[in-house]
Ligand binder design. Structure first.
Ligand SMILES: NC(=O)C1=CN([C@@H]2O[C@H](COP(=O)(O)OP(=O)(O)OC[C@H]3O[C@@H](n4cnc5c(N)ncnc54)[C@H](OP(=O)(O)O)[C@@H]3O)[C@@H](O)[C@H]2O)C=CC1
Ligand SMILES: CC[C@](O)(C(C)=O)C(=O)O
Ligand SMILES: [Mg+2]
Ligand SMILES: [Mg+2]
Length: 335
């Protein structure tokens, strides 16, 4: 069993007098900046001129500066802009302003692991990666809890990088839930695999195929939505709280029998083979190369076309109407 670190394992003194620059104020950026500030730390947000995020960060009571000014005064620079933009911003605004003996930090290992960013030897390099979306990192912290993190030390120039990484995890609430040490390689490959094969790619395709199967068989789309999409959260909540057995205790025996017999017919050994291929494309750098190329040469044309096509799928139209009737729901994209 991996060692799990909690609040009491943290040397909080290493954060004394440290200024933390949070670069970007999106999903993770707003959560890290606000949680660290609420933990009593000195935070400055770095954004580009004209960024719509400036107003949001200022409205939340944060100090905002240009990326270069924020980095120049920081003891810890946490890069929380989209992965595909990080290398250019690093070269232009971060690297020239990084102080020797300061720390460069990430919430995902992509740019270090795939060598898009190569930091100088005189800085610490660490990662604290929350295992959950940024809006929940903030919401859970504000409610008194925390989202678990994984952390990694890539380069220990000061001899204190391990302690600083763990203290950072405490500052955003991670050690309330428990954090585990990893490497940049392990986090990058497993995070990409999880989001592609299971959490985002796998689950969205499973739901969509279920919805389409019922609609194509002539059932009402609203019924198909409730059966294949709406109930997903309720079922996953039971698994999240107590494992699959907990969910199976709550569903009918009829559902449980169908679960064991039909599940392996739908998600087959071919699906597992496809998962292995997805993992291989991540491990050998094929996925990273394609994604970076999509952003450079392609101007994101293919990505944006896919986003549009999926947003226009009938499951979204039907779901939007049904969710409007549930007044207690609010978008997780709200800041
Ligand atoms: N999303 C998540 O929950 C998770 C993300 N991560 C990792 O966290 C990192 C950040 O991801 P995420 O939070 O999704 O990112 P977002 O897409 O939410 O970040 C967007 C933010 O970056 C700002 N930004 C964009 N370009 C620049 C620039 N050139 N200079 C300064 N700021 C800029 C945007 O400003 P504006 O909008 O004003 O243009 C906005 O504030 C990534 O490494 C990701 O892999 C890790 C775990 C979970
Ligand atoms: C599951 C997607 C994620 O890896 C995350 C929220 O952890 C991401 O990159 O956003
Ligand atoms: Mg993730
Ligand atoms: Mg990810």
């Amino acid at each position: 069993m991996a060692k799990v670190f909690y609040d009491q394992d943290v040397n909080w003194d290493v954060m004394k007098g440290k200024k933390i620059a949070i670069i970007g104020y999106g999903s993770q950026g707003h959560a890290h900046a606000l949680n660290l500030k609420d933990s009593g730390l000195d935070v400055v947000v770095g954004l580009y001129k004209g960024s719509p995020s400036i107003a949001k960060a200022k409205a939340a009571g944060l100090t905002v500066k240009s990326v270069s000014a924020a980095v120049a005064e920081a003891d810890i620079t946490m890069i929380l802009i989209p992965d595909e933009k990080q290398a250019d911003v690093y070269k232009e605004d971060i690297e020239p302003n990084l102080k020797d003996g300061s720390a460069l930090a990430f919430a995902h290992g992509f740019n270090i692991h795939f060598k898009q960013i190569v930091p100088p030897a005189a800085v610490d390099v660490f990662m604290v990666a929350p295992k959950g979306p940024g809006h929940l990192v903030r919401r859970t912290f504000a409610e008194g809890g925390g989202v678990p993190d994984v952390f990694a030390v890539e380069q220990d120039a000061t001899g204190k990088c391990f302690d600083i990484a763990l203290a950072y995890a405490r500052g955003i609430g991670g050690t309330r839930a428990g954090v585990i040490q990893t490497t940049f390689q392990e986090e990058t490959e497993t995070d990409l695999f999880g989001e592609q094969a299971v959490l985002c790619g796998g689950i969205c395709q499973l739901i969509t195929n279920g919805f389409e199967t019922l609609c194509e068989a002539g059932y009402q789309p609203e019924i198909a939505y409730f059966e294949c999409f709406h109930e997903m959260k309720l079922i996953v909540d039971l698994m999240y709280e107590g494992g699959m057995a907990n969910m199976r205790r709550s569903i009918s025996d009829t559902a449980e029998y169908g679960d064991y017999t039909a599940g392996p017919k739908v998600i087959t050994s071919d699906s597992k083979q496809a998962m292995k291929q997805v993992l291989q494309d991540i491990q050998d750098g094929t996925f990273a190369k394609d994604w970076l190329l999509e952003n450079k040469a392609g101007g994101r044309a293919h990505f944006l076309a896919m986003r549009r096509r999926h947003a226009e799928h009938p499951i979204e139209t039907v779901g939007g109407k049904l969710r409007n009737m549930m007044s207690w729901l609010h978008s997780s994209k709200e800041d």
